[in-house]
Design a protein around this ligand. Structure first.
Ligand code: C5P
Length: 304
């Protein structure tokens, strides 16, 4: 009897920007950010199995959103190729990406998938890189990949590569809402106007949810107006979330179009999600807890 081949499955949670300030611009065109990033309990999943060469199959409810992206251009394969090159790995892997998060939606999508791929393949190939080299490889794949690889609530600065643990946050729930609009990140940054913001990281741990909401209310997502100018539905999402009983605050994540509403309890979040689905059956609507900080930033993301 042959031993069954190892199969490694890593969850890629949604990345959510609770704040996003654009604080400057580099000479290469990348923007400098100040962002409080958390992860929510709704996931893509990356599965890897031994194989002679690298291949990618995309399945799941949002796979269709990747229809326009040839597999060889998928960030998952780019991550696999970059890790193989950096570690001198010559074996391959059969990679399956189960896509549940909306594509080009401002909640990590591709970046979370790339980070999960790196974690899964390091385990499959039994390879590792020094932390600095791994973070540099991640940054080369995309500005949001380092924070996804770290997988813990973070204060993010630089273009996304400077990360430190966020202050401890109270437990809470989000309702994530995407109106079906795909927004290209460069287009949203290009459409942004106005002065740069000052960085405003949360320096003191909020005492409770009220305190967190008070802190978030004085901060914002600087890309919101630009995203609404390209996809007016983003404004509808924010209004629909704000109108839900129990919604303490709503904002856009990343460069959009996904927005979040913040709720104290799972019950409030699920009730709001049900009501929103009735109003907007075509929208992607998911209630999810904000995930607590994992003990080991480089541990494989736990299955929910
Ligand atoms: O690094 P990533 O591929 O996610 O970025 C896509 C594009 O988004 C960049 O080419 C740039 O136009 C814009 N961007 C930016 N500043 C950031 C992140 C992204 O201007 N910090």
């Amino acid at each position: 009897m042959t031993a069954s081949a190892p199969l490694i499955r890593v969850a890629a949670p949604a990345k959510v920007n609770l704040t996003l300030h654009v604080t400057g611009k580099r000479d290469d065109g990348y923007h400098l950010l100040d962002s409080l990033v958390v992860f929510a309990g709704v996931f893509d999943r990356v599965t890897v199995e031994p194989a002679d060469s690298l291949s990618l199959t995309v399945i799941g409810p949002q796979a269709i959103g990747l229809g326009a992206v040839p597999p060889q251009d998928n960030i998952v394969l780019k991550a696999a190729q970059a890790l193989a090159a950096a570690t001198g790995t010559t074996t391959g892997a059969k990679i399956t990406l189960e896509k549940a998060l909306p594509v080009a939606g401002g909640i990590g999508g591709g970046s979370a998938d790339a980070a999960a791929t790196l974690r899964a393949l390091m385990a499959l190939w039994d390879v590792t890189l020094p932390r600095e080299a791994l973070m540099a490889l991640a940054t080369g794949l995309g500005a949001d990949v380092p924070v996804c690889l770290r997988g813990r609530p973070a204060d993010m600065s630089g273009i996304g590569e400077q990360l430190r643990d966020a202050v401890p946050l109270p437990g809470c729930w989000l309702v994530l809402v995407n109106p079906g609009a795909q927004l290209s990140t460069p287009s949203v940054f290009r459409a942004r106007s106005g002065a740069f913001s000052a960085a405003m990281p949360l320096e003191t741990p909020p005492r409770d949810l009220d305190d967190l909401v008070t802190g978030l209310k004085t901060r914002r997502n600087d890309l919101t107006a630009a995203a609404i100018s390209l996809a007016p539905e983003v404004g509808l999402c924010l209004a629909a979330l704000t109108a839900q009983p129990g919604c303490r605050l709503s904002r856009m994540s990343g460069s959009g179009a996904t927005c979040w509403g913040l709720f104290a309890t799972e019950y409030d979040a699920r009730t709001a999600a049900r009501a929103l689905r009735q109003q907007q059956p075509g929208w992607w609507i998911e209630p999810a807890p904000v995930l607590p900080a994992s003990a080991d930033p480089f541990a494989l993301a736990a299955e929910p």
